[in-house]
Design a protein around this ligand. Structure first.
Ligand SMILES: *Cc1c(COP(=O)(O)O)cnc(C)c1O
Length: 371
């Protein structure tokens, strides 16, 4: 497989069995907890054919070597475990709430010192990372949709001697490749766009640094957060259609962002694809598309926002994102969401339905909610 292939071709063809007569066209999950002695695999916690196929595909997309995990959080935990006891992590003030909760727990137990910054503020990030051990980046951020200057802050992090890690879940490996922008390690919640059908919980890591790869692999086998073969295979099967799913979901998101901007009750739309968005220029520079997630606010009306979420017929009122079915939620319904996320902010995780049906259902939900 040559690296010049377009990512939309790589998602289809990477990680397939060798083409010899009678070989299957695609990889299959192997349901075995152990392997006959004499080979290098040894035991089910050390490897599985379905993991390898998924890792090979993600590795080619991101430009490194992959590792799959039982969940996105298992992948995060393995990366954060690389920081020495007492080490300093610089992280976004707005990011996936589970990541912030993990960092808070490690602060509470005295294992880490965590400094939270506005990840879109390059000067603040560069100052905070001096003397730090790890720079944790999420871009675009969940659910504030801020865009970090990945090349600039990755360079600042590496110059400071820190490991630069990027949660690339929102962008997917098709729209943004952080290793090529200067990061050391990339993490995905493959639960989301990669698997793509709201039927799998899975995580992944990719790095081009062999030492880092080995350190994370060691943690996977010792912490034991390994994916099931079926989950890895489902994620690989989902990944085969990522390019097509994303194309449709992303164009739906752009359409909805424009419609929402025109709605009299909507006070703000956060989507890097909008030319007026503060992250637009950076997104144009470092991403090949703006993705399928957007957030909007209703002028401070948190109760109205909650009623909108409870009034849709087509949109699923649920957390999570990246599935073929569109989902929405008011993020602050979760106690764990940070208080600087507006209480009236609704996050849309746009799926692949017809855009007119999605907009009609949102308009209907606004009306039903009395807005
Ligand atoms: C969902 C998510 C995670 C956590 O992944 P799980 O697969 O749920 O463990 C991490 N980061 C982001 C941005 C996410 O959306």
């Amino acid at each position: 497989m040559t690296p010049e292939l377009d990512p939309s071709t790589i998602v289809v063809h990477a990680g397939r069995p060798e083409r010899v007569p009678n070989a299957p066209v695609g990889e299959s999950p192997v349901f075995s907890s152990t392997y006959v002695a004499g080979g290098d695999r040894g035991y089910g916690r050390f490897g599985n054919d379905a993991w390898v196929a998924l890792e090979e595909t993600l590795g080619q997309l991101e430009g490194g070597r992959g590792l799959t995990f039982a969940s996105g959080m298992a992948a995060v935990a393995a990366i954060v475990d690389l920081v020495p006891v007492g080490g300093r992590v610089v992280a976004p003030q707005h990011a996936y709430s589970g990541v912030l909760a993990l960092l808070d727990q490690q602060t509470a137990t005295g294992r880490l010192e965590v400094v939270k910054v506005d990840i879109a503020d390059t000067d603040a990030v560069s100052a905070a990372i001096q003397g730090g051990d790890m720079l944790w980046i999420e871009s675009p951020t969940n659910p504030a949709m801020e865009v970090a200057d990945l090349p600039a802050i990755s360079a600042a992090g590496r110059a400071a001697g820190a490991t630069v890690a990027v949660d690339n879940t929102f962008a997917t490996p098709l729209l943004q490749q952080p290793l090529r922008l200067g990061a050391d390690i990339v993490m995905h919640s493959a639960t989301k766009f990669i698997a793509g059908h709201s039927d799998v919980v899975l995580g992944a890591v990719v790095t081009a640094d062999d030492e880092l790869w080995s350190a994370v692999e060691l943690r996977r086998r010792s912490l034991g957060a390994v994916p099931g073969p079926m989950e890895a295979w489902l994620a690989l099967r989902g990944l085969r259609t990522l390019a097509l799913r994303l194309e449709r979901a992303q164009s739906n998101a752009a359409f909805l962002a424009d419609r929402l901007l025109e709605h009299p009750r909507v006070s703000r739309v956060r989507y890097p694809g909008l030319p007026t968005d503060p992250g637009h220029a950076r997104a144009v520079a470092q991403m090949s598309g703006f993705g399928a997630i957007l957030s909007f606010e209703l002028g401070g009306d948190a109760e109205g926002a909650q009623r909108v979420c409870e009034s849709t017929a087509l949109w699923v009122h649920a957390t999570s994102l990246g599935g073929v079915e569109s989902m929405l939620e008011r993020r602050r319904r979760w106690a764990a969401e940070v208080p600087t996320i507006p209480a009236d902010l609704i996050r849309l995780a746009v799926g692949i339905e017809h855009p007119d049906d999605l907009w009609a259902d949102l308009e209907q939900a606004f009306k039903t909610a009395g807005l």
